[in-house]
Design a binder for this molecule. Sequence first.
Ligand SMILES: CC(=O)N[C@H](C=O)[C@@H](O)[C@H](O)[C@H](O)CO
Ligand SMILES: CC(=O)C(=O)O
Length: 304
Amino acid sequence: MTAWDLDKYKGVFVAMYSAYNEAGEVSPDRVKKLARYYVNSGVKGLYVGGSSGEGILQNVEERKAVLKAVMEEVGQELTIIVHIGANSTKESKELAIHAEALGAHAVSAVPAIYYRLSEKAVERHWQEMIDSSSLPFIIYNIPQTTGFNLTQSLFKKMVALDKVVGIKMSGESVFELQQFKANSGKEFLVYNGPDEQYLGGRIMGADGGIGGTYGVMPELFCQLETFYQNGAIEKAQDLQNKINAIITKLLSFPSLYGATKAILSLRGIETGSPRLPLLPVQENDWEALRELNQEIESLIQIYA
Ligand SMILES: CC(=O)N[C@H](C=O)[C@@H](O)[C@H](O)[C@H](O)CO
Ligand SMILES: CC(=O)C(=O)O
């Protein structure tokens, strides 16, 4: 029995992109427009300030400003999970306190990066930020980028804490994903990370997904979820294949987020370029981006 109604945390969560003005500063106004864009797409909620949101490229004040704008605009309509992972535990604790004050629905974090940390260090890092608020906590396991691969044994220690209600599993092994579910020993949320295998993650036990490409095609992931729920597996496979062709193209640009933000700008949603070191798109990318946007929009027409 957990203290939270976990149903409101299940489903498709857009990993929201950063939104900057032309000078590259956080723009609360643009954050709000972007958040609003997702409200009628069918998604359950937003994951704010994660990899896609460039949380770790922003300072604490900027991260607070982003969350404030999101909560003001859509906090009553969507479930908001906020990423508070930072290099120092101190910053993460401050963000946890702020998230609770603003009424966010859950906090989440990667291990601290840069230092090669022991399991004990990561455990303490997470524990301190979990203790800093009464919000539920979702572990973010993304070994490809952090270099820290969460073991089942550390996982079992974390999951013993009441406030640990879920994990975002961005490693590509659906077996490990299934093991997190099996080893949780309680009602527990598992989110699929790799968008390319949403269906695989779902079939192996994920309760939904949080993804960095959903933001340019949320309707397609919602439709994929509906196919899965209805047992229409062949249709789901076919749609996942089509989505994967799009993701492959998105990943061929100088950065994924440069490409996704450019696509949104073609739809009139301005969010600026990603922050360096994430590369922006180049002048000669726009033609391909326009074509790709058309391809995505026609798929959305077909499915939505
Ligand atoms: C490694 C990584 O960033 N994984 C993301 C989240 O888990 C995914 O959403 C990817 O961005 C997506 O699957 C594209 O490869
Ligand atoms: C990519 C992703 O899921 C994130 O923004 O954390």
